[in-house]
Design a protein around this ligand. Structure first.
Ligand SMILES: [Zn+2]
Length: 370
């Protein structure tokens, strides 16, 4: 994998709307599948019987699978976005799904059929082995932003015990070539983050992922990521930042020594009628469904070399299409957004090799087109 790199999500064994060849043609080397969702539907054992996830979805490149911890715990804790926006998960979501968190693992109710299920460190690793992931992530508790320091400390210690269980299962049963990354937790507490980073780094993981709640706003997130990367020092193993991918966050992550990122943002925005554009003041996005675009003859993005922009549609047409939730529009916006992020990351990557990272980073942050 060329780094720094962005990893598009193929949550349910597809980068929604795109063909595997299109994802590769955009310049992506690797995609991320979701352990939790694929376990529930279609089932990792079914995927294993089809020859593994690569063959099932016809993707030849590497696949990373997350551990399912984030999804399992999101059911109980709600997401950071929910908290920040003061939006509680619906009663059913909070009450019905997560049943118990214990040392052994988590009991939860499946959103697919309502059945009671269990996921623990060994379960998660076994699912990822069945899927045939090239890179597995260990099972961790993703502590929410609102968790107390005491809860976060106890949870982080348990996550380290789960890390050991994941690694011993992996050493004995995982496919020989499968790599495994540990996950740093510790919430927004410096000492806990540093301890967690040291604990993960002390194990024989192939790489280190930074997960969990990174804070309520970007500056806090950068600080939290910086604690972890500083604690890693010159450890040569790859570092992955989980669930982060806005343009300024990519720049800040690379600055702090992060090698790879995954994020739902570019694909999810595309499905909701939003395009990435070089406009830092608007968080690099334009909402095409808004009335301001109704009679706009402007292109989606001036000079964009992506296949969607090559068609020549005006924003007026994009607005009409996105408001009607046309599949074509969602698909082409996904292409445009993933192409945009790929160019931004490639620009940073090439600048690092050329010794011009600062200039390239500043240009992106100032709104240069990637
Ligand atoms: Zn484009």
């Amino acid at each position: 994998m060329r780094t720094p790199a962005f990893v598009p999500l193929a949550t349910k064994a597809t980068v929604r709307g795109l063909l595997p060849a299109e994802v590769a043609q955009l310049g992506y080397d690797i995609v991320l599948g979701n352990t939790f969702h694929l376990h529930l539907d279609p089932g990792d054992e079914l995927v294993a019987r089809r020859g593994g996830l690569h063959r099932f979805m016809a993707w030849d490149g590497p696949i990373v699978t997350d551990s399912g911890g984030f999804q399992v715990f999101s059911m109980g804790h709600g997401t950071v976005a929910d908290e920040i926006k003061g939006r509680a998960p619906s009663g059913q979501q909070r009450a019905g799904r997560i049943l118990a968190i214990a040392e052994e693992g988590v009991r939860y109710r499946s959103y697919v059929d309502g059945a009671e299920r269990f996921m623990g460190p060994e379960t998660s690793m076994e699912i990822q082995a069945n899927l045939g992931a090239d890179l597995a992530l260990v099972f961790d508790e993703c502590t929410p932003f609102h968790a107390t320091r005491d809860y976060t400390a106890r949870s982080t210690e348990r996550t380290h015990r789960w890390l050991d269980r994941c690694l011993s299962w992996h050493a004995e049963h995982a496919p020989r070539e499968q790599l495994v990354f540990g996950i740093v937790q510790g919430g927004v507490h410096e000492d806990l983050r540093v301890e967690s980073t040291q604990a993960v780094a002390a194990r024989g993981c192939d790489g280190i992922a930074i997960g969990g709640s990174l804070g309520a706003h970007k500056q806090q997130m950068y600080e939290v990521v910086g604690w972890a990367t500083a604690a890693l020092g010159d450890d040569p193993r790859p570092r992955h930042l989980l669930g982060i991918g806005e343009i300024d966050d990519l720049v800040a992550g690379v600055e702090r020594g992060v090698d790879s990122f995954d994020c739902a943002m570019p694909t999810r925005l595309g499905r909701h009628g939003m395009a990435l554009v070089p406009d830092p003041g608007a968080r690099w996005r334009v909402d095409l469904t808004k009335s301001a675009q109704r009679e706009s003859d402007e292109p989606l993005m001036d000079g964009c070399p992506c296949p969607a922009c090559a068609i020549g549609w005006t924003r007026s047409y994009w607005r009409y299409m996105t408001r009607n939730r046309e599949l074509t529009a969602m698909r082409m916006l996904t292409l445009h957004n993933l192409a945009f992020v790929e160019r931004a990351v490639r620009r940073l990557r090439e600048a690092i090799h050329a010794g011009t990272f600062r200039a390239a980073a500043d240009a992106l942050l100032a709104g240069a087109a990637p």
